[in-house]
Design a binder for this molecule. Sequence first.
Ligand SMILES: Nc1ncnc2c1ncn2[C@@H]1O[C@H](COP(=O)(O)OP(=O)(O)OC[C@H]2O[C@@H]([n+]3cccc(C(=O)O)c3)[C@H](O)[C@@H]2O)[C@@H](O)[C@H]1O
Ligand SMILES: Nc1ncnc2c1ncn2[C@@H]1O[C@H](COP(=O)(O)OP(=O)(O)OP(=O)(O)O)[C@@H](O)[C@H]1O
Ligand SMILES: [Mg+2]
Length: 277
Amino acid sequence: MNDQTEIIEALGVTPTFNAAQEARRRVSFLKDYLAASGLQTYVLGISGGVDSLTAGMMAQRAVQELRAASYNAEFVAVRLPYGEQADERDAQAALNAIEPDRVVTVNIKAPADAMMAQVKAGGFTPVDRAQEDFLLGNIKARQRMIAQYTLAGGMRGLVIGTDQAAEALMGFFTKFGDGAADILPLAGLNKRRVRAIAEYFGAPANLVFKVPTADLESDAPMRPDEDAYGVTYDQIDDFLEGKPIEETARARIMRAYRTTAHKRALPVAANAPAHSF
Ligand SMILES: Nc1ncnc2c1ncn2[C@@H]1O[C@H](COP(=O)(O)OP(=O)(O)OC[C@H]2O[C@@H]([n+]3cccc(C(=O)O)c3)[C@H](O)[C@@H]2O)[C@@H](O)[C@H]1O
Ligand SMILES: Nc1ncnc2c1ncn2[C@@H]1O[C@H](COP(=O)(O)OP(=O)(O)OP(=O)(O)O)[C@@H](O)[C@H]1O
Ligand SMILES: [Mg+2]
């Protein structure tokens, strides 16, 4: 086994893929887990990006099928803009495609700004504007987590996370922010497989093939994830399918995977076996 093979296995990426079968399996997974938990609601933030679009389409199908089988279930789509969102039209188009049972909108600007202001008032001074913007980005992701868990707590619900294999590989998520969730219906899918499932569900092509963005930096709205990675999603997806990729990209990916191991694990515990940094 080489490093690439081990990572592919660890992230649960399968050698073959069939969109219809994977869509079915994952909708069934959402149905089974909600019914087994005895809870009632799935909660998921809808950003306008393809990951939340795809997970949202799965969740809406799952609760519809549960209701058809006389199980009381509901899907709540959550809009979580920071002020005005540059791609609000895409978010609305995603909601149109999903047709969720319910939409709740929570503007996270006031709580996110208030947290940064209080941390600064408490005595911390960011080194520069860029650091402040980066830290505020992670606060935004964590405020979205708080809103979703508040709704889940109040509605006998579970929070859906959109973590998939491409983001997991790169560790490209905020720890305990968008990385926090109860259930991960997209786990093990690389980006092109997420897109293939969205297409299978009949989602609009402009949303399916939209440029992925975390959109967390106020100073660089809609910044493509690929800019931050320094590698392309095609390279990441090829890597996850076991294909050879160009050496610089491979080294970047291996480094990102190694340095973000802590984000894919439970907190390091004093009584756990020895770990490496
Ligand atoms: N070795 C270690 N062992 C245990 N814990 C360790 C650690 N190193 C850092 N940590 C902890 O982890 C923290 C750093 O992790 P974190 O707070 O997540 O922060 P960080 O990884 O620095 O930033 C998050 C990155 O994910 C991107 N992101 C975030 C959210 C959504 C998306 C998206 O695609 O939608 C992308 C974002 O643009 C940024 O590049 C440190 O402050 C420290 O508390
Ligand atoms: N503005 C937002 N409103 C609601 N939810 C959001 C917002 N921004 C992020 N989220 C939540 O955080 C998750 C992580 O964001 P991420 O950018 O990785 O996924 P995406 O936007 O769905 O797809 P893509 O990665 O292609 O942009 C989203 O799937 C969504 O659940
Ligand atoms: Mg996004």
